[in-house]
Write a protein that binds this ligand. Sequence first.
Ligand SMILES: Nc1ncnc2c1ncn2[C@@H]1O[C@H](COP(=O)(O)OP(=O)(O)OP(=O)(O)O)[C@@H](O)[C@H]1O
Ligand SMILES: [Mg+2]
Length: 261
Amino acid sequence: MIKVENVSKSFGGIHAVEDCSLEVATGSVTGLIGPNGAGKSTLFNIIAGLLPPDSGKILLDGEDVTGWPAHRLFHKGLARTFQIAQEFSRMTVIENLMAVPSGQSGENLFKAWFAWGKVVAEERALRERAREVLAQLRLTHLEREYAGNLSGGQKKLLELGRTMMIRPKVVLLDELGAGVNRTLLGEIAGEIERLNREHGYTFFVIEHDMDLIARLCQPVIVMAEGRVLTQGSMAEIRRNEAVIEAYLGARHHKQVGGADA
Ligand SMILES: Nc1ncnc2c1ncn2[C@@H]1O[C@H](COP(=O)(O)OP(=O)(O)OP(=O)(O)O)[C@@H](O)[C@H]1O
Ligand SMILES: [Mg+2]
């Protein structure tokens, strides 16, 4: 589904991602782990079209999409979760879902003027899809709640819901579990498993919670210092000396250099 070929990205003197190659298989829930500063988020941003790589290639479903802007990739079926922005907190849950850009005619005033019936039909389809998504995520009872009033975990589900509006092929999740309590995290993990199994979504997941990674992901890819260190099952990764060293090394640097988190 996703192929990353020899991708590099520097910020000034920092080699955030260096000659990185990896693949995310169609239908998999692939994990990406590594110490702080390993380059995971930078790589995600490159895949999602938010950052151009300095060199290398990104393929999506066999097509070279290197340098494509995020919205174009989004419509190709590549979605990335974003925190619900401030301006969306005063919109209801269903409005948040319906606001996901889907290329509907209503966005184009000129078209809207001449095809009013079509706009109404598409608005209805959009609302129907939003209701389906809410039902799938078991958030129907919150349809009319303001997004700003949701709990941390419910906001995470809504973020996931926004990606589902386009029926994505692949969803990138960067630290889904951050700030979410364990019970809700378990529920969200269950949701990911279900979307993967029943709806065929491919997931690429960055997560620091190793239990969550172990439960969800196969394979797990390990990055350190901008490079792919290894990949395998979580059981294999846990026994890998180089991985243990990368984590210990990062912790050591942190102690020496001062915590950055
Ligand atoms: N926009 C930027 N400008 C300058 N340096 C950056 C920028 N984004 C990331 N970096 C640097 O690139 C390196 C990789 O950062 P990145 O955020 O990709 O790591 P990460 O693996 O996601 O870490 P974490 O687990 O802490 O989220 C770090 O040294 C970081 O400071
Ligand atoms: Mg990160």
